[in-house]
Design a protein around this ligand. Structure first.
Ligand code: SF4
Length: 370
């Protein structure tokens, strides 16, 4: 897999000037009143009914109140939040105030990233094209048939052509990056035997991503409901490797093919990731805010033991400095609670080294989505 790009290193991002200043604040004086980055789920509503949705137990339970949602941007900006990812237990664009939310974040100088299923981009073309730093569409297919199988719409009608047309329109006007995301999915019978996999579509999808002008194609492994990497049958591993070989030459300076390390671990059958530390310093830099409350991190979204407060009832500062969050942060122990693969494991290792006195070479800001 050596021909593939890795996602921009999260560890390198921690060395940026703004991030280092922030880290020094919380490590030595705890004087920050908010995280640097927020993952925000505006709503749990979703118009697709995807097989094996990792958020299935969180879906369709309402959204953040319209008025409260639109007050968040100023509050975030006032307390030093620099970047917001609009994501979800649901589809962020299904919130009726999505467009106003993006506008208010942008007007407050906050950087905006969006992950979406792509079906509703047409409603918010201007906001998506002109006010986001990046937008990643979860397509998980390269053809209408595979899309209809793995990402069915409530109406029963495949949304594949709509999603691709939406992406083309966006790419024509975009000012930020647009990515085509492909999550490796399989269907099994009740005995666990493999029935079908979307891996048959990897090459088609990557070629389509390049043809329509995406900046990158990202292939990601699937996780189970408990966030552990799903084991892949050897037939799927072979198929993935054959497809990766076939798309190798598509990568150039304008189009990246990205595969996270977790894909390699999934293909190699490595199911767990052992942590040697007993606190999560990453959760001091970023958090996730959802309609059901705020949580330590996206992996623990919906886990009541990891719920640090509720933005519907209190301010961001009250949430961040509150007793509830302080107790949860004392309790969270990655060596026990996070034995699955965490994308920010390496970030935690660097933060622990810094807490022990390691000084890093600071670089200029290049991407605050840490
Ligand atoms: S180590 Fe655990 S608590 Fe920290 S970000 Fe990863 S999954 Fe979340």
């Amino acid at each position: 897999m050596s021909h593939l790009s890795r996602p921009l290193s999260l560890v390198e991002k921690l060395k940026q000037n703004t991030v280092q200043e922030f880290i020094n604040k919380f490590l030595w004086s705890k004087s920050n009143n908010a995280p640097l980055v927020v993952e925000l789920d505006p709503t749990t509503a979703c118009n697709l009914a995807c097989h094996d949705c990792i958020s299935a137990n969180l879906l369709n339970q309402g959204g953040i109140d319209n008025d409260r949602l639109l007050l968040l941007a100023q509050e975030f900006a006032d307390h030093g939040v620099r970047a917001v990812v609009l994501i979800g237990g649901g589809e962020p664009m299904a919130h009726p105030k999505f467009g106003d939310l993006v506008r208010s974040l942008h007007a407050c100088g906050i950087k905006v990233g969006v992950t979406t299923n792509g079906t509703l981009i047409g409603r918010y073309l201007t906001e998506c094209a002109e006010m986001t730093n990046w937008l990643r569409v979860s397509v998980d297919a390269g053809s209408e048939e595979v899309f209809a199988d793995f990402r069915p719409h409530a109406s029963g009608k495949s949304q594949f052509n709509l999603v691709i047309e939406n992406m083309k329109e966006l790419i024509n006007k975009k000012t930020g990056l647009v990515g085509y995301s492909f999550l490796l999915l399989s269907k099994r019978d009740k005995d666990g035997s493999l029935l079908r996999t979307n891996a048959i579509d990897i090459e088609k999808a990557a070629r389509l991503a390049k043809t329509i002008g995406c900046d990158y194609f990202e292939l990601k492994p699937a996780f189970d409901m408990m966030h552990f990497l799903q084991r892949q049958e050897s037939a799927v591993v072979d198929l993935v490797n054959r497809n990766l070989k076939a798309i190798h030459d598509l990568a150039d300076e304008n189009f990246k093919i990205i595969a996270p390390l977790t894909l390699e671990d999934a293909l190699n059958g490595i199911g767990t990731q052992i942590k040697s530390y007993n606190r999560c310093l990453t959760a001091e830099l970023r958090t996730v805010i959802t309609p059901s409350g705020a949580y330590v991190c996206p992996y623990h979204r919906g886990n009541l033991n990891m719920r640090i407060g509720d933005i519907a009832k209190i301010s961001l500062e009250e949430l961040w400095k509150g007793e509830r969050r302080s107790k949860v942060m004392e309790r969270v122990d990655p060596s026990k609670h996070c034995t699955f693969h965490c994308i920010r494991h390496e970030s935690n290792l660097l933060l622990e080294s810094m807490a022990s006195g390691e000084v890093v070479d600071v670089v200029s800001d290049f991407d605050l989505f840490i």
